[in-house]
Write a protein that binds this ligand. Structure first.
Ligand code: ATP
Ligand code: MG
Length: 416
């Protein structure tokens, strides 16, 4: 069964009707042959970018990668609902790449034929085409054989191919990890020899590949591949302090593999998690939200693990935190990794099933009330509110009058 996607097939059909060659290319062919759902469907054609824009019309195309021969084609207007964000299909002109002088991108591209286009691609399993009309896989690079053998191998001489574009070094680790493939020994040897040059790739691109490694079910294997390929020192020096067997146990207990969850587990197993997170954030350009979620997990997971032995006023804020889901997922995995009892976890989980106003009761005292008592806004003001809130959560005060009495006593310089 070949890969199918109605929109990509429509585009291929249109191009054929206009007299061009057009096929599915790259990752979608690989994934479909492996029985996986492709992330997206890319089309390759001998039509030039200008010709592609002519066939589909300027208003239905986006020239986002025109200098590399890539045009985005949008579905016909009638098929687009106004509120839906339509994803363009990438249509790339068959090409061969010119010289690479910056270690990342070709200085120029030349339009060519399908075989040349296959040969400029990175790995044999990524160099396949599929013709949906004749239901044929077109294989110029022995990719089908490697796909069946579960082998990652560069197209052509690995030294030349990694010399051209250093991002391929990390793509190799990413694909072996996500597909569970072995790296061909000659390809691996070449990666080791070129590993030092990876920093020619931008930190964002490295981060994007590493997110794929971290979120793969076999992510600890991915870290082992990184070490085996001698890429760990340039990509993730924090790895030296991590016991991978323990991390594997933690990872095996994760029910969810969002990047922040896995990153938090990794950092908890590393030295100086906060410091390491700062460095990784800068290198990979993590988003504010990612940093917030990872930080919440590394700061608060111990509180959840030990919830049975801590004051409720300490535990409750972790459970009502906007990132409580991450904190609890990480706490669960770490509890099991340590073989720690699950009493803390049970308390946390049970609390999460409480009605919202029981888990997080409205405060007995607010800033307005404090102001009416003549307590001025300022640092103490916050401290008083916090102390009263803690007492409320811990059950030592229950009424508004008790709260006001407590605020009066806490007021600096007051004699009640
Ligand atoms: P996925 O979409 O799951 O990340 P993919 O194989 O589709 O996997 P893309 O980055 O979308 O990866 O690239 C599409 C195709 O373009 C690849 O399959 C490969 O043939 C080619 N390609 C991508 N990046 C490179 C590169 N750095 N060097 C050579 N060929 C590349
Ligand atoms: Mg893709």
């Amino acid at each position: 069964r070949g890969p199918e996607s109605a929109e990509a097939l429509r585009i291929i059909d249109c191009l054929r009707q206009s007299g061009f060659e057009a096929v599915l290319a790259g990752g979608c062919v690989r994934d479909a042959l492996l029985g996986k759902q492709p992330k997206d469907y890319d089309v390759a054609t001998n039509a030039t970018p200008d010709a592609v824009r002519q066939v589909f019309g300027k208003r239905s195309t986006l020239a986002f990668g025109a200098s590399f021969g890539v045009i985005g084609v949008l579905p016909p207007r009638g098929d687009r609902s106004p509120d839906e964000t339509v994803q363009p299909t990438e249509v790339a002109t068959f090409r061969s790449d010119g010289e690479y002088s910056d270690g990342r991108r070709p200085d120029s591209v030349h339009y060519g034929n399908a075989e040349q286009d296959a040969l400029r691609r990175d790995f044999t399993i990524n160099g396949l085409f599929y013709d949906p009309i004749s239901d044929q896989v077109i294989d110029y690079v022995n990719g089908v054989k490697d796909l069946q053998a579960g082998l990652l191998r560069t197209i052509g001489n690995p030294h030349l191919r990694f010399g051209e574009d250093k991002l391929r070094l990390l793509r190799a680790v990413r694909f072996t990890t996500t597909l569970g493939f072995k790296i061909d020994p000659t390809t691996r040897q070449a990666i080791r020899l070129h590993a030092r040059d990876l920093p020619l790739v931008s930190g964002e691109r490295i981060g994007a590949e590493m997110r794929r490694v971290f979120t793969a079910p076999s992510f600890v294997d991915g870290l082992r591949h990184l070490i085996d390929c001698h890429l760990d020192e340039v990509v993730l020096p924090e790895l030296v302090s991590v016991d991978l067997d323990s991390l594997k146990t933690t990872s095996d207990h994760l029910a969810r593999r969002d990047f922040p969850i896995v990153m938090a587990c990794f950092l908890i197993h590393a030295d100086a998690p906060e410091h390491a997170l700062q460095s990784i954030t800068q290198r990979w350009k993590l988003s504010n939200e990612e940093v917030r979620r990872v930080t919440a997990a590394i700061t608060h997971h111990e509180t959840v693990i030990h919830a049975d032995r801590l004051a409720w006023s300490t535990v409750q804020p972790c459970l009502t935190d906007r990132d409580a889901d991450v904190i609890i997922e990480v706490a669960t995995a770490i509890t099991h990794q340590r073989g720690h009892d699950v009493n803390g976890l049970s308390i946390a989980r049970k609390a999460l099933t409480l009605p919202a106003d029981e888990l997080n009761p409205p405060p007995l005292l607010t800033g307005d009330v404090l102001r009416s008592l003549g307590i001025p806004a300022g640092p103490q003001y916050k401290a008083i509110l916090q102390a009263v809130r803690d007492a409320q959560l811990d059950g030592t005060i229950r009424t508004r009058d008790e709260a006001i009495a407590m605020a009066r006593i806490d007021k600096p310089g007051s004699t009640s």
